[in-house]
Design a protein around this ligand. Structure first.
Ligand code: FPP
Length: 254
C-alpha cells in the first residue's frame, strides 16, 4: 500500500512554506544521483548496498516532485562511462530498474507518473529493456509527472548522433541547412519535445557535469549538496526548490 505524503511534513518544511512561491516551481528538474559508493563505504558495506538504498531515494524524490507539481524529473541512472565499472557492479545496476518497478510501479500508476528514458536503450541488457519497456507501455497514457531515466546516456554521443542524423537528412533533402536552428537541432536529441531542465541537482559534493545534458543545461540553475544520494529526502529536495526560487534567471539579459 502506498502512502500519500503530506505537502509539508516538518517544521523545516513549514519554514520553507513561508517563502514558498508556488508559481515558481521548476518545470523540469534533472538530478545527478551521486555518492552511493561512499554511502556504503561509510557503513563498511559493499558498494552495491549504496545503489540498493539509492533506489528508495529515487522514489522519495519522485513523490516529492509529484507533490510539488514538477512536470519532468530526469534522473541520471547509468552513463555511457559507467560500463568501465567492474562487471559485478554493472550487473547489479542493470537489475535495479526491474527491482524499482517491481516495488513501485503500482504507486507510480496511482500517482499518474509516466516513465520514459533517454540514452542508448537498445544497448541495454535484454532483461533491463524488458522491465523498463513494460513500465513505459503501462504508464504511457499517464499525464502526471514524467519520470525520465537517463540509462546508458552520454551527452557527447547524443550530440554526435544528432549531427550525423542531420547530415543524413540534409543529404536526402529532408531538411535544409538554412532551416537548421537551435530548436530544430534540439529535436534530434533524446530529449526531443522536452523543455530544458530549469534546475540541476548533483549530490555528494562533486561539482561537475559528467557528460550529462551538455546542450540542454545551457541556461539551467545548478544546485549542489554534500548529501549522498541514498540519504536524499523530500527535505533536501525542498531546500533545492527553495534556493531555485531565490535565483534570478536572466538568460544573458539584464
Ligand atoms: C553514482 O554513485 C551512482 C550511480 C552510477 C548509479 C545510480 C543509480 C541509482 C541511484 C539507482 C538507480 C535506480 C533506478 C530505479 C534506475 P557512485 O556509485 O559513483 O558513488 P561514489 O561516487 O560514492 O562511488
Amino acid at each position: 500500500m502506498s502512502m500519500k505524503l503530506p505537502f509539508f511534513k516538518t517544521k523545516q518544511i513549514d519554514d520553507h512554506k513561508e517563502h514558498k512561491d508556488i508559481e515558481n516551481i521548476p518545470n523540469h528538474v534533472a538530478i545527478i544521483m551521486d555518492g552511493n559508493g561512499r554511502w556504503a563505504k561509510k557503513r563498511s558495506l559493499p558498494r552495491i548496498a549504496g545503489h540498493k538504498e539509492g533506489v528508495n531515494a529515487v522514489m522519495k524524490v519522485v513523490r516529492a516532485a509529484s507533490n510539488y507539481n514538477v512536470k519532468v524529473l530526469t534522473l541520471y541512472a547509468f552513463s555511457t562511462e559507467n560500463w568501465k565499472r567492474p562487471k559485478s557492479e554493472i550487473d547489479f545496476l542493470m537489475k535495479l530498474p526491474k527491482e524499482f518497478l517491481h516495488i513501485y510501479l503500482p504507486e507510480l500508476m496511482e500517482k499518474n507518473v509516466r516513465i520514459e528514458t533517454i540514452g542508448d536503450f537498445d544497448a541495454l541488457p535484454a532483461h533491463t529493456k524488458k522491465a523498463v519497456q513494460y513500465a513505459k507501455d503501462k504508464t504511457k497514457n499517464n499525464d502526471g509527472l514524467l519520470l525520465n531515466f537517463a540509462l546508458n546516456y552520454g551527452s557527447r554521443y547524443e550530440i554526435m548522433q544528432a549531427v550525423k542524423q542531420i547530415m543524413t537528412d540534409i543529404d536526402c533533402s529532408k531538411i535544409t541547412l538554412d532551416s537548421l536552428d537551435e530548436k530544430a537541432f534540439s529535436n534530434y536529441l533524446y530529449t526531443e519535445g522536452l523543455s530544458d531542465p530549469d534546475l540541476l541537482i548533483r549530490t555528494s559534493g562533486e561539482q561537475r557535469l559528467s557528460n550529462f545534458l551538455l546542450w540542454q543545461l545551457a541556461y539551467t540553475e545548478f544546485w549542489f549538496t554534500d548529501v549522498l544520494w541514498p540519504d536524499f529526502s523530500e527535505d533536501v529536495f525542498v531546500e533545492a526548490l527553495h534556493e531555485y526560487q531565490q535565483r534570478k534567471r536572466r538568460y544573458g539579459g539584464i
